[in-house]
Design a protein around this ligand. Structure first.
Ligand code: NAP
Length: 309
């Protein structure tokens, strides 16, 4: 049986890995469907302390992984789809494979939210609809693309795409951006970016080969419909926490975020089960706050395990 299993290899998971490994707990970190977490799909991270010139998200996660494994953390690929936390031994299932542990830190992060409109699913991944400009932007060199959303992610995606694309149209459902002031100012000032305000995408339209050729946009104030030609649609409308396996076992809020026990940020109602990062944080959702929660959870686990002896 393991002392501690950490679910997730984002900032929260690896930080918990560094701390529990340095505490000689020999942690096992399980890597889900997005190794390295959300930062691996971001371009430049400018607000992680210690990097005055910024750092690219993939490199930062690679450094965290090296730091955790340097102290003995083991990383294994396994997507956990079911858990049993009813006994003293915490049981985690990945298909037919079973893991057992005294303690668990859930740091499963969040996944991009989709629009749920016609054409989105059909053209997702390779046919023009994507949620990751860093991954796919270069495929749209000299083409016109759409970015949906008004937050920091949408602005970041739009700015990144200006490196490749001829024109970036940002479609936002309100008349002001939610993004931080600095990101909003950069976006609005960019000559390649045009913003279509107060508008929602109704449908993504395919060409004869089944690839994206245009979107239908509705002005939400006038209900007027229009079509915008584009080769790519980048969806950046926020995230949904990856908490499905815990939904009948731990309390979740109405958006699916895990709710820690009263008076703690990281401890759940089940002794020995902790949460960290974006799966439990709908307020800050930053790399550094996820890392901070990973550290808190690791220290609490260490103390809890010591008390069990
Ligand atoms: P977010 O701040 O929640 O913004 C989501 C955006 O999508 C909002 O503008 C929202 O519109 C829009 N939206 C949501 N659902 C929609 C729907 N069904 N149809 C159309 N539009 C929809 O999410 P985020 O931009 O991913 O950012 C998440 C967190 O990460 C934030 O705290 C952000 O500051 C942070 N972040 C930081 C950086 C950075 O500092 N480099 C980069 C990325 C993200 P409304 O505005 O109308 O609600």
């Amino acid at each position: 049986m393991e002392n501690i299993i950490i679910l997730g290899t984002g900032c929260a998971g690896f930080t918990a890995g560094i701390y529990t490994a340095r505490a000689n707990l020999n942690p096992l970190i399980l890597e889900g469907r997005q190794p390295g977490g959300q930062l691996t799909t971001t371009s430049e991270v400018e607000n992680f302390p210690g990097f005055p010139e910024g750092v690219d998200g993939y490199s930062l996660m690679d450094q965290l992984r090296k730091q955790a494994t340097r102290f003995g953390a083991r990383v294994e690929n396994a997507f956990i789809d079911k858990v049993d936390f009813s006994g003293d031994t915490k049981i985690l299932f990945s298909g037919n494979k079973k893991f057992e542990s005294k303690a668990v830190i859930i740091a499963t992060g969040a996944a991009p939210r989709l629009l749920g409109i016609p054409g989105e699913k059909e053209m997702y991944g390779g046919k023009g609809v994507t949620t990751c400009a860093t991954c796919d932007g270069a495929f749209y060199r000299n083409m016109d693309v759409i970015v949906v959303g008004g937050g920091d992610s949408a602005c970041e995606e739009a700015l990144f795409l200006t490196r490749f694309c001829s024109k970036v149209t940002l479609v936002h459902r309100r008349d002001e951006l939610r993004a931080s002031q600095i990101m909003a100012e950069r976006t609005l000032a960019h000559e390649k970016i045009e913003v279509v305000w107060d508008s929602g995408i109704q449908e993504i339209l395919p060409d004869e080969a089944g690839k994206t050729r245009a979107i239908t946009v509705e002005n939400l104030k006038t209900n007027e419909l229009s079509e915008i030609s584009c080769k790519g649609v980048f969806i950046a409308i926020g995230h949904v926490p990856n908490t499905q396996p815990f939904k009948d076992i731990l309390p979740l809020d109405s958006n699916g975020y895990l709710i820690p026990d009263q008076g703690s940020q990281v401890q759940t109602q089940i002794p020995g089960v902790y949460v960290a990062g974006d799966c439990a944080d709908h307020v800050y959702r930053q790399a550094i706050t996820a890392a901070g929660m990973g550290c808190q959870a690791a220290i609490d686990v260490e103390r809890w395990l010591a008390e069990q002896k």
